[in-house]
Design a protein around this ligand. Sequence first.
Ligand code: F6P
Length: 322
Amino acid sequence: MASEIKRIGVLTSGGDAPGMNAALRAVVRKGIFHGLKVFGISRGYEGLIHGEIEEMSIGSVADIVLRGGTILKTARSAEMMTEAGQQKALDQLHKQQIDALVVIGGDGSFRGAQTLAKGIQIVGIPGTIDNDIAGTDLTIGFDTATNTVIDAVSKIRDTATSHERTFIVEVMGRDCGNIALQAGIACGAESILVPEIPYDLDEINEKLKRGHQRGKNHSIIIVSEGAGSAYKIGEELRSRSGFETRITILGHLQRGGNPSAQDAVLAAAMGGKAIEIILAKETNRMTAYVNQAVISSPLEVAYGMRRPLNRSLYDLANQLSI
Ligand code: F6P
């Protein structure tokens, strides 16, 4: 590893998330502030493998702080999962004499980064709407995506109330129920289905019926994509209850939009912290948000264990929607 760090690379990888641009801006500007040369790598590991590397300037990250998506573009790279791909990535970094790499992405992207750690200093910044990374209370993009879901569900509730229908709203999260739980609590969903906790459709049906007896003829059921198909769940509930059901799959709109204030600030703080970690010559680290502070944390925690769901929040949601 180089004794003095002069040149660093930065890439965004995996699913894009609102706030990635704000994190990139902080890495570039704080890096330049400390006298580093910062190189932007396009299209995640795909671009790295193919040498799509360009030096960034203060101006190259102007006007992006509140823009959704990632100006570096992103990809899911199958080649990076192979040893040959990892070697090509490392060769490209060495060719450009890059001493340290900042990876903004999720746990899969961190796993990819870790394969490069034998030849280069590595720092991860957790950026994914899923909030599924162990070791950090928050990931960049989660708050914005949750607010997007809340906005959509409040619109759906208007039509659900008017037509007296049960809506099944499917949200993203892969195999993590955090978006469903957080949004479900915030918008008072009648049921929240998450992959981490088994559910019983008979119980949900009973709840629908209890509501009906009280004169409540509409319901919102939020299903995290990893908990099952909204179409199947909707059909099961329609046949058990006899109530009219409709399905909404929110899909990729959850990944777009300007970052919320919380995400933009978190992204800036994490981008800045990544540079501090590099200057301190730490490697295999990630920036983490713990007890309301951004700290340096071991990268392996992110992909070595599963992030537990907040069980007490889940129980509370059930108690509030009897
Ligand atoms: O990890 C972010 C995420 O949006 C997940 O919630 C979702 O399962 C997945 O990415 C979708 O990936 P893609 O955009 O490649 O279809």
